[in-house]
Design a protein around this ligand. Structure first.
Ligand SMILES: [Zn+2]
Length: 496
C-alpha cells in the first residue's frame, strides 16, 4: 500500500508535545499509523469541548488515510471513576447505571457528527484483567507499592517523570491526597489501583477488592491495542498533567522502553462566561448544540482554527461557520446549475460582484484547481493546519463562483472542468470532516417522481400535447417547483 505516497508521507510534520517542536512524522511501522485518544469520563452529557478531540483526531485519521496510511484509531471511554461514583450516589443509583446511560449518550451524540467512529472504543471496565497485569508487573519491578489495599506508583523511582509536562518533580504542586487508612511514601505518588469502599464498583485482585485508578486504564488499553512505542497519543491540553505524565511513567516503567512517538494535544474551547448569552450557554452541551445547528457547523468551527489554538465558543464564530457551510453548498448548487441537464437553480444571495459579462475563464479555473490541491496538502502537511487548508478551499470556491456566474450570463462553460472542480471541493471538504451529499446540491436531491414529471412535461411539449404538459407543470407547482426553459434545456427550480 501507499506506493506512490511514500515520498510524500515523509514530509508531514507534527508538533510533538514531548519535544516541544515540530518534527517529521515517521511512523513505527511503514504505511501504518496507530493513534490513541483519551475519550470522556461518562458521568454526564459531553460538551463541545469533548467534541473537539473527537472531531480533530477523526479528521487527522481521514487525512492520513487519504495519503495512503492504514490507520487504527483507538478512543477510550472511562466508565469507572470517582466522578461517576459521586454522581451515582447523588442520584441514588449505581455507578454502572450512570456509566451505561452516559456512554450511550456519548455514542449517540458524537455519532450525529457524521464522522467515522474510532476503530476501537475500549471501556476501562472491560479491561480489568489487562490493568491488573500491569499493576502486578509494576509491583514486581518495584515501581509500585501497596498500602491499605491500594497501589501507588513510586514517582521518585521513575527518572523521566515530568518530561512530558516539562516540570521538575521538586516543583510539582499537584498531588493526590491519600485515602483513609493509606500511607503514601511521597506526596507525588499516584494511585494505580484503589481499594474498594462500601457501595463502590470493585473487582477481585491480588490486593483485595478494588478498582483501577484513572491513568492506568489508558496505559493498559493503548498498549493492548497499539503495542509498545506506538505512533500518536492525543487528547486535550488539560490532560498533559497529571494524566498523560502518569501514563508515560507507568508504560515506560512496565515496558522498559519508550511509550509514544508523538504526543498531540488540542487546545481548549473557551467561553466568556460573564458575557455569555443564555443561548450560547444552553448549547454548550453537544446534545443541545445539535438541536440548534447542523453538525457540520461545529466541524467547520473547529477546522477554522489550528487544533492547538484555544477556540472561543461564541455565537459570532458559530454564525461564521454556518455561513461557510452555506457558501460551500451554494457553490456546489451553482456548479450543478451549469452542468446539470435538469440541474436546479437557486437564488444566489452571495453572488460575487464585479464579474461583469466576461466569458468564463477556463484557464484560471484549471490553474486554481491544481493550485488548490497543492495548497491544501501543504497546509495539512504542516502540523495539520486545517485553517490554512480551509482557506485554500475557499480560494477555489471564489474562482468557481466567478466562473459559474460568468457562464450563466455569457454561456460557454466547460462542464468537464466544473465537474472536476466539484469533485475536488467534495473531496477536500470530506477530508476536513464536512460531507456534503449530492442530494443537497444535485439532481439526485429531487425525487425521481419530480424528475419523471419534468421529463413527461418535456415529452408532451415536444409532442405538442399542451394539456398534458400543463398538467405535469401543475403537479410540479403543487410540489413547490417550477420548470424554467433555458437554452440548456428545462431546469427544475424550487419556488421561494
Ligand atoms: Zn487517558
Amino acid at each position: 500500500m501507499s506506493r506512490q505516497n511514500d515520498v510524500n508521507l515523509q514530509q508531514i510534520t507534527v508538533y510533538n508535545s514531548l519535544t516541544r517542536k515540530k518534527e517529521d512524522f515517521i511512523p513505527r511501522d511503514r504505511g501504518k499509523v496507530g493513534i490513541y485518544v483519551c475519550g470522556p469520563t461518562v458521568y454526564g452529557y459531553v460538551h463541545v469541548g469533548n467534541a473537539r478531540p473527537y472531531v480533530f483526531f477523526a479528521v487527522l485519521s481521514r487525512y492520513l488515510r487519504h495519503l495512503g496510511y492504514e490507520v487504527t484509531l483507538v478512543e477510550n471511554l472511562t466508565d469507572v471513576d470517582d466522578k461517576i461514583i459521586e454522581r451515582a450516589s447523588k442520584e441514588g443509583t449505581t455507578s454502572d447505571e450512570i456509566a451505561k446511560q452516559y456512554s450511550d449518550a456519548y455514542i449517540e451524540d458524537t455519532g450525529r457528527l457524521g464522522l467515522e467512529r474510532p476503530d476501537v472504543e475500549p471501556k476501562a471496565t472491560e479491561h480489568i484483567e489487562e490493568i491488573i497485569d500491569i499493576c502486578k508487573d509494576l509491583v514486581e519491578a518495584g515501581y509500585a507499592y501497596e498500602t491499605g489495599g491500594s497501589l501507588y506508583f513510586r514517582v521518585g523511582d521513575f527518572t523521566g517523570y515530568g518530561k512530558l509536562s516539562g516540570q521538575k518533580t521538586d516543583q510539582m504542586l499537584h498531588c493526590e491526597l491519600p485515602r483513609d487508612g493509606e500511607a503514601k511514601e511521597s506526596p507525588l505518588d499516584f494511585a494505580i489501583w484503589k481499594a474498594a469502599k462500601p457501595g463502590e464498583p470493585s473487582w477481585e485482585s491480588p490486593w483485595g477488592q478494588g478498582r483501577p485508578g484513572w491513568h492506568i486504564e489508558c496505559t493498559a488499553m493503548s498498549l493492548k491495542y497499539l503495542g509498545k512505542k506506538f505512533d500518536i497519543h492525543g487528547g486535550g491540553l488539560d490532560l498533559v498533567f497529571p494524566h498523560h505524565e502518569n501514563e508515560v511513567a507507568q508504560a515506560e516503567a512496565v515496558t522498559g522502553t519508550g511509550f509514544v512517538r508523538y504526543w498531540m494535544h488540542n487546545g481548549m474551547i473557551t467561553r466568556k462566561d460573564e458575557k455569555m448569552s443564555k443561548s450560547i450557554g444552553n448549547i454548550f452541551l453537544l446534545r443541545e448544540f445539535l438541536k440548534n445547528y447542523d453538525p457540520r457547523v461545529l466541524i467547520l468551527f473547529f477546522m477554522g482554527s489550528h487544533y492547538r489554538s484555544p477556540l472561543e465558543f461564541s455565537e459570532r464564530n458559530l454564525d461564521e461557520a454556518a455561513t461557510q457551510l452555506e457558501r460551500f453548498r451554494n457553490c456546489l448548487w451553482k456548479i450543478n446549475g451549469v452542468v446539470g441537464e435538469t440541474g436546479p437553480e437557486i437564488p444566489m444571495p452571495e453572488a460575487d460582484a464585479g464579474t461583469g459579462h466576461k466569458a468564463p475563464d477556463a484557464g484560471v479555473l484549471q490553474a486554481t484547481i491544481e493550485r488548490t490541491r497543492e495548497q491544501f496538502d501543504d497546509e495539512m502537511r504542516d502540523d495539520i493546519n486545517t485553517a490554512g487548508a480551509l482557506a485554500a478551499v475557499f480560494g477555489l470556491v471564489r474562482v468557481v463562483n466567478e466562473y459559474t456566474e460568468a457562464a450563466s450570463v455569457a454561456g460557454g462553460a466547460d462542464a468537464g472542468l466544473l465537474v472536476e472542480a466539484r469533485e475536488l471541493l467534495v473531496e477536500l471538504l470530506h477530508i476536513l470532516g464536512v460531507d456534503i451529499a449530492a442530494s443537497e446540491y444535485g439532481e439526485s436531491g429531487f425525487d425521481q417522481e419530480l424528475l419523471d414529471l419534468v421529463k413527461a412535461r418535456e415529452q408532451a411539449r415536444l409532442a405538442k400535447d399542451y394539456a398534458a404538459a400543463d398538467a405535469a407543470r401543475d403537479r410540479l407547482a403543487e410540489a413547490g417547483y417550477e420548470v424554467r426553459d433555458t437554452p440548456q434545456g428545462p431546469k427544475l427550480v424550487k419556488k421561494v
